[in-house]
Write a protein that binds this ligand. Structure first.
Ligand code: ME8
Length: 519
């Protein structure tokens, strides 16, 4: 059965270059997209850049160039950052695309015509960094809690979205659909916002103050507030309202974000959709924050991690593996090069790397590289190996479905470790000494090759290029769409008679002393 699944990342602001945090969400999206393809779902994956608003206008002004010219450059850097990390998106959206501008204007007009946008005078505390007004209650010691700066008092006439009107409907929807916002801690956070009266949302900026934005269709003295513009990207990307993609994919919408933008996605967006008469997205999947060496990543601390730098040193797959294995989706995690190297050596060089080189070297030595026949009736292991593989595949798929990447990988690594133990216990090198043991030797090597075949498929979403390399070495088909629709699909993937080859070290060990000395 093919379920549609539309996976989105936030569209990133073009006021900063791509860093570890952006890379993480985008790698999660890629991994999840690949997993969903593997289990036979129909997938569309979108990322992009958010290009309007005062932050961008200010950054461009500093360089004395036009905002669009500035946005083109940084958006280009985002577009160029992903393919080298083996991230394969189906669509890259920019909020300066003409199609997006038209979509935003259509929705604004629709909501305005329905009476949910009104004009009013408003005075309030405005934080330039956040591009929004703060209520007194939200300020901490009179300062913006994110920027620690005193907001400026601004009084002006603006357009407002009647967000408050949808407060009860949203609360009901969240209560009826406990998974709508997940994990539960973020759902609870949104419910707690909703337990207080919701204010209407100011959705315009006068052009006298900011010109860099989408003009309101019903009043050209104003541009659209950047969040009202940005969130709509998710619809533009599917050619709302008539596009085929919209018709098939929207109901399977899965937004991926970090906790920093929970409120716009958990409150503004669903209420906007309600006002526009559009069904709500399926799930909002919220992850935690990466800290670097236990501190917040920031330009001023000089600890901003550029994803490509690390991927170049350790390999793209090792980088992807580390991020997916180390963070428990939903919670914060800590990044340090030392931690990454430790995991690399333990899980990749040792567990997986050793298993691969041992098995394939033995295959070459004892079987001339040719995969022996399957042991009759499960052989001496009596189906234990098959059970091990299908049970791992079952738990793996269950975890991957609900973004439990770290658990899914730890499950696969239990299988890898078990296979390494099986090598030690069955001692193929001893069996090889006596030709009378050939059948048992064939059986052990057959089982080990099949375990590697199953591992090859399960690691594909996280480590596509290692997986493709492994499938070549094993002489099996490369992993791809629809290969894992049920756990049994992972049995006997390497056919009898397939020609295996001896690999070069997949993950050469990294000298930890050198990395520590560098730090
Ligand atoms: O908020 N750890 O864009 P943005 C984990 N344009 N993820 C992180 C991270 C960290 N330390 N830092 C950033 C915007 N991210 C808006 C979004 S969507 C309609 C508009 C990731 O460039 C994470 O996905 O500030 C976070 O939500 C996003 O980058 C914020 O990106």
């Amino acid at each position: 059965m093919k379920d549609p699944i539309y996976i989105t990342t936030p569209i990133y602001y073009v006021n900063a270059e791509p860093h570890l945090g952006h890379a993480y969400t985008t790698i999660v999206a890629d991994t999840w997209a690949r997993f969903n393809r593997l289990v036979g779902n129909q997938v569309r994956f979108q990322t992009g850049t958010d290009e309007h608003g005062d932050k961008i206008a200010e950054a461009a002004e500093k360089e004395n160039i036009k905002p669009k010219q500035f946005a083109d450059r940084i958006s280009g850097m985002f577009q160029a950052a992903w393919p080298p990390l083996d991230i394969e998106f189906d669509n890259f959206i920019r909020t300066t695309d003409q199609k997006h501008i038209e979509t935003v204007q259509t929705i604004l007009q629709k909501v305005y015509d329905a009476g949910d946008i009104y004009f009013a005078k408003y005075g309030g505390n405005y934080c330039v960094g956040c591009e929004r007004f703060y209520t007194d209650r939200e300020l901490v010691d009179g300062k913006c809690p994110d920027h620690q700066t005193v907001p400026i008092y601004i009084e002006e006439e603006n357009y407002f979205f009647r967000m408050s009107k949808y407060q009860d409907a949203l609360r009901e929807h969240i209560e009826k659909n406990p998974d709508f916002i997940r994990p539960a801690r973020y759902r609870n956070e949104v419910l707690s916002f909703l337990s207080e009266p919701l204010e209407d949302l100011c959705i315009s900026r006068p052009k006298t103050r900011l010109e860099w934005g989408i003009t309101l269709p019903f009043d050209d003295r104003f541009v659209t507030y950047v969040w009202f513009d940005a969130l709509i990207n998710y619809l533009t990307g599917l050619d709302w309202p008539d596009g085929e993609n919209y018709k098939t994919m929207w109901r399977g919408t899965q937004h991926l974000i970090a906790k920093d933008i929970l409120k716009p996605h958990g409150i503004y967006w669903p209420t906007m959709l309600m006002a526009a008469g559009i069904p709500l997205y399926k799930n909002l999947n919220v992850h935690g924050y990466w800290n670097v060496d236990s501190s917040k990543m920031s330009k001023s601390l000089g600890n901003v991690i550029k994803p490509l730098d690390l991927a170049q040193v350790y390999g793209v797959d090792a980088f992807r593996y580390f991020l997916m294995r180390e963070m428990n989706y939903g919670l914060d995690a800590n990044f340090s090069e030392g931690l990454m190297v430790d995991r690399y050596n333990a899980d990749l060089a040792n567990d997986l790397g050793n298993l691969t080189s041992r098995v394939l070297n033995m295959m070459s030595r004892y079987e001339k590289g040719v995969v022996p026949e399957a042991p009759a009736g499960g052989g001496q292991e009596g189906g234990r190996i098959e059970k091990l593989i299908t049970e791992t595949a079952r738990v793996y798929a269950e975890e991957m479905k609900t973004l439990g990447f770290h658990k899914a990988l730890s499950e696969v690594w239990s299988l890898v470790k078990e296979a390494n133990r099986y090598v030690v216990q069955s001692e193929p090198w001893e069996l090889a000494k006596d030709p009378a043991n050939q059948a048992r030797l064939d059986e052990v090597l057959y089982n080990l090759v099949q375990i590697l075949g199953a591992v090859t498929v399960m690691i594909w979403p996280v480590m596509p290029s290692t997986s493709e390399k492994l499938s070549e070495i094993l002489g099996m088909d490369p992993p791809g769409s629809g290969l894992l629709t049920k756990p049994e699909d992972l049995l006997g993937l390497v056919p009898q008679g397939a020609q295996t080859t001896k690999p070069k070290a997949l993950f050469p060990r990294v000298d930890t002393a050198k990395v520590k000395a560098k730090a």
